[in-house]
Design a protein around this ligand. Structure first.
Ligand code: PRP
Ligand code: URA
Length: 209
């Protein structure tokens, strides 16, 4: 079974509370999501491998460490995942970005894929799939299915808020994909929305409602 890492740093909790508030407008919502994504990326990248190199400081030569191993890729699930890309890129500016477009059919709650564009060497990269909401889990499961069908083997999922149902579904579908999440909420409502959640993340990021 995959690991679930709840990243509940006080700064993140504070910023999520502001995002939950229905009176928080689009500009602040977007900025908060970017800030939280950067803070989360710090934890998601904690186990990146290092190698020793020699560097000459103004004082003397020393052995010191730099990143090594697989290159990173960020894969936002459109639309709402786009709101997390810039925050992660602030910490790992050399990462390549792939996009997977999925929308959730409002009747069936099943994800429908409408777009997929990935870096050509995506199979060789360590991927971080980003989406603020893990509700039924259908969208994240489908996005990871798409990546695996294209040969990707090293995948993590980073979400802002999850429902227990979605976390469990994701763990069962993809036991090799670790989940990094900032808040685990109570449940889903009858429309598949996370309770208490923050409403429709895509609409709040882009001002479409
Ligand atoms: C939202 C959200 C996730 C999905 C989560 O996207 O950004 O992708 O729902 O729900 P699930 O876990 O039940 O699949 P939505 O389908 O509303 O599309 P949008 O981002 O384009 O608004
Ligand atoms: N998608 C959202 O944007 N919010 C939810 O609560 C569930 C799915």
């Amino acid at each position: 079974m995959s690991n679930v890492y709840e990243i509940n740093h006080p700064l993140i909790q504070h910023k999520i509370s502001l995002m939950r508030d229905k009176d928080t407008g689009t500009k602040d919502f977007r900025e908060l999501l970017e800030e939280i994504s950067m803070l989360m990326a710090y934890e998601v990248t904690r186990d990146l491998p290092l190698r020793e190199v020699e560097v000459e400081t103004p004082i003397c030569k020393c052995l010191t460490k730099v990143l090594t191993g697989k290159k990173l890729g960020i894969v936002p699930i459109l639309r709402a995942g786009l709101g997390m890309v810039d925050g992660v890129m602030k910490l790992v500016p050399a990462a390549k970005v792939g996009h997977i477009g999925l929308y959730r059919d409002p009747e069936t709650l099943k994800p429908v894929e409408y777009y997929c564009k990935l870096p050509p060497d995506v199979q060789e990269r360590e991927l971080i799939v980003v989406d603020p909401m893990l509700a039924t889990g259908g969208s994240s499961i489908a996005a990871v299915n798409s990546l695996k069908e294209r040969g990707c083997t090293s995948i993590k999922l980073m979400c802002l808020i999850g429902a227990p149902e979605g976390i469990q579904a994701m763990q069962e579908a993809h036991p090799d994909v670790d989940i990094y999440i900032a808040a685990i909420d109570e449940k889903l409502n009858e429309h598949g929305y996370i309770v208490p959640g923050l409403g429709d993340a895509g609409d709040r990021i882009f001002g479409t409602k």
